[in-house]
Design a protein around this ligand. Sequence first.
Ligand SMILES: [Zn+2]
Length: 204
Amino acid sequence: MTARAKNQYLGFPEVRTAAAGQWEQIHRSLGIQLASTSHLKHTPCPACGGRDRFRIDATYQNTGRWICSGGGDLQSGDGFSLLGHAYGWTPSEQLQAVAECLGLTNASDRERETLRRKAEAQAAAMLADARRKDEQARRDANILSALQDLEDLIKHRQYLQRQAHLTSSLHRVTINPLEDELSAAYTLNMLILEIYASQGSNDQ
Ligand SMILES: [Zn+2]
C-alpha cells in the first residue's frame, strides 16, 4: 500500500474520533429520532419500536452507545451499530453514512491526516489507561492476598496462645509474633509503600 493510498482511507477509528460529541445530530440527520436524550429514560426504540425497550448510554453523545431489549432479544452497540439496528446496514455502509454525514468524504488530505493522528493519540491514551488500571488491579490483589496471609498467621498465633493457656493454668502465657507473621506484615508494608511511591511519580 502506498503512503498516498493509505492517507486517503478513513476507517472506524478516524470517523469515530470525528463523531465524538455529535452522535445525536448524526443520528437525527440520518433519520433516527430519539424519544429522549436522557440515559435514565426508557423509551420506544427508534429502530424496532416497542414501548420502553430502548435507552441510550450515559456516554451516548460521545460514543453513540445504546441498549435495546428488542422484545427479549437484547442488543447494544455504538453509534454506528444503531444504524445497523435501524436499517440493516453493514458496518461499511454505517461507516460510509457517518463519514458522509460529517462531511469527511470531501476532507482534504491534511484534514484526514489530522484526524488520523488524533485517533491514534486517543487509542494510545486508552491503552495507557487500561495498562494503569491493570497495574492498579494487580497491586490491589497483592495487598488483599498479603492482608489475608497476615490475618491467617495472627489467627494461628491466637489459637496457639489459647492452647498454651489451657495447658498451663497457673500463669498466662504469651506467644510472641511468629517469624512468618512478622514477615507477612513486612510484605504488606512494602506493598503499601510501593503504592505511595507510584502515586508520587504519577503526580509529577
Ligand atoms: Zn430496538
